[in-house]
Design a protein around this ligand. Structure first.
Ligand code: SAH
Length: 396
């Protein structure tokens, strides 16, 4: 097996079972490993540390499969890991109100690069790294055989693939595939999900419990659902007792599906106003027109995929939250989120605090929100925590 030697004093993260080796920590590579090939990682003194998948094009040069020298990375190593991940989601699967959830969450489940989302009896899979791609056949084999699933569809079209030097890979893989969108249930709400044409694998599953919080807390008045996608928060808020909603979203197709989702939940169409456009522009227009809302949800896309884009991302969050504060009625509620891994919870809170100050409002945080149980965070991999949210009440 090819050996990678680390630079002096760069072994600490591996000793703490962090699963990444950055290119800057690598001192020497013995030979030329292929993308995804399994390599041994040693300290500068030659001590064996871990075994992982080599990725020649990524800044994350090696993703660790094992810290046990005796564990072989062969035909059969991946199946038990996937099965363990599936088993750990059984509590969710056993709940009739939830038919869509993340079954495998990459590093957190010991399978870097593999994401599997479940929509009823359909599995949607993303192979995002050279290592996951290398074990494609074995991974898909387990997923096709694992219980109660009738179809497997691939959506490996994330930007992450490009960073790994991999081309997009999208399409049916196995079994029966539904024609058009599938219907899922989320804590008593019904949603249409399009795994083929939708964003990511079709639905933002990570916001499930936060939608439930909006439904529980928001009462009466008007909602602004900024970055609404297919109306997850809109439907939750309307069912929770909000009277009318304005959904702001750049994708026309997503707004159309939001309307279909209203109908699916028995909500009258005239309770939703949709604006297709750029939130940074449209929020200013709403402000200039003097519009006011009782509840605002701000759930933007990832502004900072990596820590190098943090400055720019911080400006984006500040701008959008400042506008949101200006659009809130006294006593109103803001649910504001960041899914940028590069912006930690403390920084996010500080940005939102600055926005409130500039908007001239006094406000309290009444809840901190995060990601649900099917998006766990391994203690040795804090980067797995990416979604954070604040529930803020502006003084009345
Ligand atoms: N809240 C949604 C998920 C939002 S994901 C839910 O619960 O399902 C972020 C959304 O923002 C995507 O739907 C994307 O199309 C949209 N988006 C991205 N950039 C935008 C922009 N500048 N203005 C408005 N919408 C934008």
């Amino acid at each position: 097996m090819i050996q990678i030697r680390l630079k002096p004093k760069r072994e600490k993260p591996l000793l703490q079972r962090h699963p990444w080796v950055f290119s800057g920590a690598v001192d020497s590579v013995e030979g030329v490993p292929e993308p995804g090939e399994t390599v041994d990682v040693c300290s500068s003194a030659g001590e064996w540390l871990a075994r992982g998948a080599y990725s020649p094009h990524s800044q994350i040069r090696i993703r660790i499969w094992t810290w046990e020298e005796s564990e072989a990375i062969d035909e059969s190593f991946i199946a038990p890991r996937i099965q363990r991940a599936l088993l750990s989601r059984e509590r969710l699967a056993g709940v009739p109100e939830v038919t869509a959830y993340r079954e495998v969450f990459a590093e957190s489940d010991g399978v870097p690069g593999l994401v599997v989302d479940r929509y009823g009896d359909l599995r949607v899979v993303q192979l995002l790294t050279a290592g996951a791609e290398r074990w494609r056949r074995q991974i898909l084999d387990v997923l096709a055989k694992a219980g109660e699933c009738r179809g497997l569809y691939e959506r490996s079209d994330s930007d992450a693939r490009a960073l790994e030097g991999l081309a997009e890979s999208v399409g049916p893989l196995w079994g029966e595939l539904p024609q058009g969108p599938v219907e899922i249930k989320e804590n008593g709400l019904r949603f249409l999900v399009d795994p083929v044409a939708g964003q990511k694998t079709g639905f933002y599953l990570d916001q499930r419990e936060n939608r439930t919080r909006v439904r529980a807390i928001a009462r009466g008045g008007e909602l602004l659902d900024c970055f609404s996608y297919t109306g997850g928060f809109t439907v939750a808020a309307l069912r929770g007792g909000v009277e009318r909603a304005l959904a702001l979203e750049s994708s026309v197709a997503a707004l159309e599906m939001a309307r279909a989702n209203l109908a699916l939940n028995g909500l009258a169409d005239d309770r939703l106003e949709g604006i297709a456009g750029d939130a940074f522009v449209e929020l200013r227009r709403l402000r200039d027109r003097g519009r006011q809302f009782d509840v605002i949800v701000v759930d933007p896309p990832r502004f900072a995929p990596t820590s190098s884009q943090v400055q720019r991302a911080a400006r984006g969050y500040k701008d959008i939250n400042l506008l949101a504060f200006k659009l809130l009625r006294p006593g109103g509620l803001l649910f504001t989120f960041s899914c940028s891994g590069g912006v930690g919870p403390d920084l996010f809170q500080k940005i939102v605090a600055d926005a409130a100050l500039d908007a001239g409002v006094k406000a309290n945080i009444i809840e901190w929100l995060g990601q649900p149980a099917d998006h766990p965070v391994a203690l040795s991999f804090p980067e797995g925590r990416y979604l954070k949210g604040l529930v803020i009440r502006v003084e009345g």
